[in-house]
Design a protein around this ligand. Structure first.
Ligand SMILES: NC(=O)c1ccc[n+]([C@@H]2O[C@H](COP(=O)([O-])OP(=O)(O)OC[C@H]3O[C@@H](n4cnc5c(N)ncnc54)[C@H](OP(=O)(O)O)[C@@H]3O)[C@@H](O)[C@H]2O)c1
Length: 278
């Protein structure tokens, strides 16, 4: 019988994770299947017990369960504990072990697409202070950033994340307006908010005037491939990167936790663009 892997969260129907993992299983001749499980907060406890009983080998966790799952796990690795969220669970001998590959996934994607940036200890602006921002900001502060500033709509959340980043790098909490007037400080500006599907949202966001010409603008969203934020940055001639590399590399690192090796990622980005993205 095939080994079982999956994704829990709500919604999950739109996720590209099944396409990605099932493609890798086929590519490497692994007898396994990756499925989605629609699970909301109220049913998380029950769902995790059922998954354990089913003999599942591992699963990913997405919105809104990445933090809620923590107390249900037998152990949580240090990085996931610091981030306060788990996106990957390994089920081994009846024990559930939690990891977070989101931040490392973003960094790996960056290394592949803009390797010159990761060696230079860039100054970074993170827009947003939610779960994804936390994993990306803390990873970048720990590994490559000399300065990782946080701009968020709810200022208290920017303060909290910035304080955590200060363990590893310089960091200041900012309002959107404060960030806007000092864009020339940053080599990298990363939008981690869900704004960007919609032109209407633009008014709530920061304007991209005054950044240095070699600044990279990144977004964690990959569908649409160019958010309003990335379109504007591209029109102004800046480097841009969407959320697809992060998706693929966080998935590859989860796959490695389950199978002991990192699968091919370049081909995967091309495959997902060709088959599933506009
Ligand atoms: N590419 C990938 O692999 C990957 C992985 C994980 C997540 N993501 C994407 O990352 C995004 C964020 O996910 P998350 O889990 O971090 O969400 P989250 O925890 O809910 O955080 C959302 C953040 O966006 C801000 N925000 C939301 N609506 C806003 C608005 N209208 N104006 C200004 N700020 C707004 C929130 O600000 P407040 O604090 O003020 O509410 C908060 O900082 C999602 O689009 C998700 O799809 C991508």
């Amino acid at each position: 019988m095939d080994d079982l892997y999956g994704l829990i969260g709500a919604p999950v129907a739109h996720s590209l994770s099944p396409a990605m993992h099932n493609y890798w299983f086929k590519q490497y001749g692994i007898s396994a299947q990756y499925r989605t499980y629609l699970v909301d907060r109220q049913h998380l406890n029950h769902a995790v017990s059922r998954l354990k009983e089913s003999g599942i080998k591992g699963f990913n966790v997405t919105y809104p369960l990445k933090t809620e799952i923590l107390p249900l796990l037998d152990s949580v690795d240090e990085t996931a504990q610091e981030i306060g969220a788990v996106n990957t669970v390994v089920c081994s001998n009846g024990r559930l072990i939690g990891y977070n590959t989101d931040g490392a996934g973003f960094l790996e994607g960056l290394k592949q697409h803009f390797p010159e940036l990761t060696g230079k200890y860039p100054s970074i602006l993170i827009i947003g202070a939610g779960g994804a921002a936390r994993s990306v900001a803390l990873t970048l502060a720990r590994v490559i950033g000399t300065r990782v500033d946080i701009a968020n709509r709810t200022f208290e959340k920017a303060v909290k994340l910035s304080t955590a980043c200060r363990m590893y790098a310089q960091s200041e909490p900012l309002t959107f307006r404060q960030a806007e007037v000092q864009l020339d400080r940053y080599k990298m500006v990363i939008n981690t908010t869900p704004i960007g599907f919609d032109i209407q949202e633009k008014s709530a966001f920061i304007h991209l005037y005054g950044a240095r010409t070699d600044t990279l603008f990144a977004d964690l969203i990959y569908q649409p491939r160019r958010t309003v934020f990335l379109k504007e940055a591209e029109q102004r001639g800046y480097f841009v990167m969407n959320g697809l590399p992060m998706l693929v590399y966080q998935g590859a690192l989860a796959f490695a936790k389950w199978n002991g090796f990192v699968p091919d990622t370049r081909k995967m980005e091309e495959h997902l663009i060709h088959m599933y993205l506009d």
